[in-house]
Design a protein around this ligand. Structure first.
Ligand SMILES: [Zn+2]
Length: 371
């Protein structure tokens, strides 16, 4: 029997105060589109946190308080011009930081608190105070560019976590796995030419950002081969994801042998997500998390930091998150996912031929089929 693991849990009430305003994803102004809640509002994360608090995990997790990342820490990835522009936009009361990416007056301060939560999680994991950590931060980060906000994301939480582990702790080799339904462009761009950082993104083909995350995008220069994209067709479910995970993600990370693993954890590939068109159940996230924990045990003393990204189903994100946390902490809460059987009974959950073909193509592209 495996012992319970010490799992760090980073959360702050202020993460819920990042104000994305009453907004819709169409172009304003309009006399025919009624404004409503922005997709990236606080409710999914609030309910995830609430479910954790009413579960037995509340007594198991090791609470880690976030702090605000310093300007110097943000400059490890972002440009000073961008930080200044974002800060003054917020100071002026907020507005659109990028297309579809509204911010409120406190959003820059809260984004710095999100980054600082990741940095504190990295410190706790590397220093051995916890075995792994989950950062339920907001705003999300995996689309943020060095010089601009993008796709609901302000600061590149995960990329800055890796930079911190590199520069403060001297760790060299990282694997970053992004299971958000959208492509992990921030990490791909940041480490495109870096052979010491393996970036893997499994996502819905050509969803967001447009034309990114293609099968043929595999890093450049010295980093060629250290960037893997798995653009699954819309409608992919349990069978397709497990095939991609078992036959691409696991062997690629095994071959790479990282010293630390980062996960960009969006739950928008779930069957209930309004922005994605995939069909995962919470059990599928637990399956991937177990596999990643086994890889981390073999290669890097179990060191994993998970940063929360997208996921827009207020009803379902909490159960996906709880399933991942249960694996991280090796602690079963006994709470049942009330939607799981329904989702797993959907037609199309089995691996289909066109999904298999995509996974085969990725394997071939990255030399995972052997010589
Ligand atoms: Zn997403």
């Amino acid at each position: 029997m495996t012992l319970a693991r010490r799992t760090g849990w980073v959360f702050a009430e202020q993460y819920l105060w990042h104000d994305t305003q009453r907004y819709n994803l169409t172009v304003a102004p309009s006399l025919t589109v009624q404004p409503g809640e922005h997709a990236e509002n606080e409710e999914t994360k609030r309910r995830f946190s609430n479910l954790v608090e009413v579960s037995s995990l509340a007594d198991e997790l090791v609470r880690i308080k976030p702090r605000q990342a310093s300007r110097e820490e943000l400059l490890r990835f972002h440009t000073p011009q961008y930080l200044d522009a974002l800060e003054s936009l917020c100071l002026s009361g907020g507005g659109l930081a990028a297309s579809k990416t509204p911010v409120g007056a406190a959003s820059y301060a809260i984004a710095r608190l999100a980054v600082g939560g990741v940095l504190n999680a990295v410190d706790a994991v590397v220093e051995g105070r916890v075995d792994n950590a989950y950062v339920l931060c907001r705003p999300p980060g995996h689309h943020a560019n060095s010089d601009a906000a993008y796709g609901f994301c302000l600061l590149a939480n995960g990329v800055l976590g890796v930079k911190h582990a590199q520069q403060v702790h001297g760790i060299r080799r990282f694997a970053i796995f992004d299971w958000d339904v959208h492509h992990g462009n921030s990490a791909e761009t940041a480490f495109l030419e870096d052979p010491d950082i393996l970036t893997i993104s499994v996502h819905q083909d050509d969803l967001f950002p447009p034309k990114r995350g293609n099968l043929g995008d595999m890093g450049s220069g010295a980093g060629r081969g250290a960037n893997i994209n798995i653009p699954l067709p819309p409608g992919s479910g349990s069978g397709a994801y497990r095939e991609a995970f078992d036959r691409v993600v696991v062997p690629a990370i095994e071959r790479f042998a990282p010293e630390m693993i980062f996960i960009a954890s969006g739950f928008d590939a779930s069957a209930m997500d309004p922005l994605g068109h995939m069909m995962l159940a919470s059990a599928d996230y637990a399956y991937m998390m177990r596999g990643l924990l086994a890889l981390a045990e073999r290669h890097c003393g179990g060191r994993i930091v998970v940063t929360h990204e997208g996921g827009y189903s207020a009803a379902y994100v909490p159960y996906c998150g709880l399933a991942v946390l249960e694996e991280l902490a090796n602690h079963k809460t006994g709470i049942e996912d009330p939607f799981m059987q329904h989702i797993l009974s959907y037609g199309g959950q089995q691996l289909a031929a066109h999904q298999q073909a995509l996974v085969d193509a990725v394997r071939q592209h990255h030399g995972l089929d052997g010589p």
